[in-house]
Design a protein around this ligand. Structure first.
Ligand code: CS2
Ligand code: MG
Length: 403
């Protein structure tokens, strides 16, 4: 079998997605998610200008060699743009492999280690009352794990809080990034009381997660972790920016709250210290931004050595192609932990018809050959790309900060 063509589609059924379609002879094609929120055309250009010309004529079954060809062969290794492009190629090749062999991709990764995968939903509100209602709503939908984010008194913006009655979407179609204002002090003074109220209302039968979105210093994260220990969180996510992996050591010295990191990681080199020193409990890398299924299987195997489980990123800026790939990956590996499930809107689901499903708090991978997702080119064309930016964050004195 040989790769005969490959095309990149950027569409915007409510938010931007970059989709790679690789065509092989014998009439088979595979899909890959190349979405990188706020940098979509960079990844598209990397694929069309640089990587796709080297793909043509290759055997799509040669996923291992093709991955190394692009990872090492490009000289300039790692980084979100390059690895999202390589990740999309890898995803599409595994899709082709499954379709050509007439089997779901999970069967090519070791078969099923579980029949269902624990999912977590997002609940957020402008204040405690709205947030409690949002948690109740997600529990009513069947979720057994809920990520909780809330507006912070005294701040106009807080991470993860939707506005305008629509699900949270951080990227805005604006000419420049929206500038938000942040105060760690106000946040740290507020969050413990929020979780007091959530546990008071819902008890301990629901898993609670919280995302700090890289906004604390290690000692601030240690303070927050200690204060949340009575609430037995499933995890505290992205407590600190993880460029300094050893920054997690200070947090570990002070608190037993489980830690999760990795949604922005692109290779195992971004987390090998976090894994080997057991500085985290869940690795969040997902298939698209982590360079594909091929490297993610290896990263999960390394994580397993250190008692670390997976918790793949699954926000709506990953398309259904990536979510499906994460579910085939999650169905097969032994150290699966949890899968983020931020539900895509109806239009996205129509553009990307798929056979994975949600039931009673769990996600089920599809059973169709390959990744089980398709791409409606005609419908996608009706929703063209529009440049969008993630916000920028400043402290109250104007200092540029982490968003
Ligand atoms: C968030 C993401 O889901 C999460 O854990 O960190 O939604 C993140 O804000 C977006 O992926 C950024 O595009
Ligand atoms: Mg996050």
């Amino acid at each position: 079998m040989k790769i005969s063509d490959a095309r990149v589609f950027i569409c915007s059924p409510g938010r931007n997605f970059v989709t790679l379609k690789i065509y092989a002879d014998e009439g088979v094609y595979g899909l890959g998610d190349a979405t990188l929120n706020g940098r979509e055309t960079a990844v598209a250009s990397c694929l069309t200008e640089h990587l796709i010309p080297c793909l043509l004529g290759r055997n799509p079954f040669d996923t291992e060699d093709i991955w190394h060809y692009f990872y090492r062969g490009g000289y300039w290794r790692r980084g979100p743009v390059t690895m999202a492009a390589i990740g999309a190629i890898d995803m599409a090749l595994w899709d082709i492999k499954g379709k050509a062999l007439g089997t779901p991709v999970y069967n090519l990764l070791g078969g099923k280690s579980r029949t269902k995968m624990l999912a977590y939903a997002h609940a957020n509100g402008a204040d405690v009352s709205q947030t409690l209602d949002a948690v109740e709503q997600e529990i009513a939908l069947g979720y057994k794990a809920v990520r909780v984010q809330c507006g912070v008194p005294g701040l106009a913006h807080a991470y993860g809080v939707a506005s305008g009655g629509i699900p949270y979407e951080p990227a805005s179609r604006s000419t420049r990034p929206i500038e938000e204002v942040w105060s760690t002090e106000k946040y740290l003074n507020f969050i413990p009381a929020l979780f007091d109220k959530i546990r008071e209302k819902f008890g301990f039968d629901i898993h609670l997660l919280h995302d700090c979105h890289n906004r604390l210093t290690p000692i601030e994260a240690a303070r927050l972790g200690k204060s949340l220990e009575p609430h037995n969180l499933f995890w505290l996510e992205d407590p600190v920016p993880a460029e300094l992996q050893e920054g997690f050591q200070a947090i570990r010295r002070h608190t037993v709250v489980p830690l999760a990191a990795g949604e922005v990681f692109n290779t195992v080199y971004d987390c090998h210290k976090l894994l080997a020193e057991q500085l985290i409990d869940y690795i969040r890398m997902t298939v698209s931004h982590g360079g594909g299924i091929t490297p993610l299987i290896k990263t999960a195997a390394m994580a397993a050595v250190y008692h670390i489980k997976t918790g793949c990123h699954g926000a709506t800026d990953m398309s259904p192609v990536c979510l499906s790939a994460a579910l085939h990956f999650g169905a097969a590996i032994n150290n699966f932990g949890i899968q983020e499930h931020m539900r895509h809107n109806e239009l996205t689901r129509e553009v990307f018809p798929h056979d994975y499903s949600f039931k009673d708090g769990y996600l089920l991978s599809g059973e169709r050959p390959g990744l089980g997702v398709d791409f409606d080119e005609a419908l996608a064309k009706k929703h063209p790309y529009q440049r969008a930016y993630l916000p920028v964050n400043r402290l109250e004195d104007g200092t540029l900060f982490h968003w």
